[in-house]
Write a protein that binds this ligand. Structure first.
Ligand SMILES: [Zn+2]
Length: 376
């Protein structure tokens, strides 16, 4: 995309891009899915195999076991470590949600804090009378009950126990089954698409303005409006600014000013005539803007229902689109459109798009032709 880095194009609409998403993030999200599969299927054969090589936690928690070099699973672990250490995916994103505690091991599963409790409190883990106890085994009659191999009277072990109690402070068991939660997902369930978007939002650059996406006009028009608002349309002035040697930078429609976006879509006589006719047709007072993209702020601030704003935006998008098409006709001397017909073309195009894409707007051509906002 001329005038813009590809990373900006891939960025989500909310962050000023076209929401294409990067393949790198897609690949990372697919790799992260293996982590979820590993913990969700403890009895699967491949999971048992991984556990035999990498330990009970599969090597996901640092310090569990050394991770040997170049195996495919080592690469899966490596992706997780890099995403955590770079702050893209928080370390405690994949969490055990303890319900009744009957499927979660107290010391070896990561269910409270960022790591398994055996790694945080190794002295206490060794002292437990049942090394493989479940969370439910330690929660009796609404309180934490311990079974130590010997009494803990003081010293560092006692201090560890106090820290453990502090960590468990708000934890309460319920009657629900234990499950897993992917914290960055809206519903807690891992999804490649959502994880990909999350990674994109952290590794791709953010644009200056968020992208508008009008649902009643075609995709190509939304992309056109996106370019217009970012001032990256290939007008003569912009092309010249990018170093292209062109014969003239003057407006091809009137020849009186350089062909900037501001001039072509707003100040040029052809554009002014169209906007005057459009505002009259919509029965709205004529707008007074310094830049064409300001018309979108005006739409957002205008009164009335969301449908009304949607119709105004579709008409405005159609007007911009038609001015650009007419300008291209003139530049390439194809002369498919006549200037006098532009306003009718805008009405036609806007009606076709809105009536086919928005069920809430009545598709009555006669009403539309005389005043589209009264047709609502
Ligand atoms: Zn002009």
């Amino acid at each position: 995309m001329a005038g813009l880095k590809w990373e900006n194009v891939m960025t989500s609409n909310e962050r000023g891009g076209l929401g294409i998403g990067s393949l790198v993030s897609f690949n990372l999200a697919l790799i992260l899915k293996w982590k979820c599969r590993f913990f969700q299927g403890p009895r699967l054969l491949w999971v048992q195999l991984i556990k035999a090589f990498y330990g009970e936690s599969g090597g996901f928690f640092r310090g569990c076991c050394p991770v040997p070099g170049e195996s495919p699973w080592a690469r899966v672990l490596d992706v997780g470590v890099k995403l955590h250490s770079s702050g893209v995916i928080p370390e405690d994103t994949w969490k055990r949600c303890v319900g009744n505690g009957r499927e979660t091991r107290f010391w070896d599963d990561c269910w409270v804090g960022h790591r398994p409790l055996r790694m945080v409190f190794p002295r206490l883990g060794i002292l437990d009378a049942n090394q493989n106890c479940l969370v439910a085994d330690r929660w009796v009659d609404g309180a934490w009950r311990w079974q130590w191999q010997r009494s803990i009277l003081g010293g560092r072990t006692f201090a560890s126990l106090q820290d453990l109690m502090l960590l468990l402070g708000d934890v309460r068991l319920t009657d629900c089954r234990d499950g897993w939660k992917w914290e960055i997902a809206s519903d807690g369930v891992f999804s490649v698409a959502e994880t990909r978007r999350w990674i994109d939002d952290h590794i791709l650059p953010e644009g200056v303005i968020s992208t508008r996406w009008c649902k009643v006009v075609p995709r190509k028009m939304n992309i056109f409006i996106w370019k217009l608002r970012l001032n990256i349309l290939p007008t003569r002035f912009n092309l010249s600014g990018r170093g292209l040697d062109i014969p003239s930078i003057m407006c091809p429609l009137c020849g009186s000013e350089p062909e900037t976006v501001d001039h072509l879509f707003w100040r040029c006589g052809v554009a002014r005539d169209i906007w005057v006719a459009m505002f009259r047709w919509l029965q709205l007072p004529p707008g007074n803007f310094d830049h064409p993209s300001e018309v979108f702020d005006w739409i957002d601030d205008s009164r009335g229902s969301s449908n009304r704003r949607l119709v105004i935006e579709a008409v405005v998008c159609s007007a911009f689109w038609m001015i650009w098409r007419f300008r291209n006709d003139v530049v390439h001397e194809s002369r498919k459109m006549r200037k006098e017909m532009l306003v009718d073309f805008i009405k036609d195009f806007a009606f076709v798009w809105i009536s086919n894409r928005c069920k809430k707007v009545p598709n009555n051509w006669n009403l539309w032709f005389f005043c589209p906002l009264n047709a609502l």
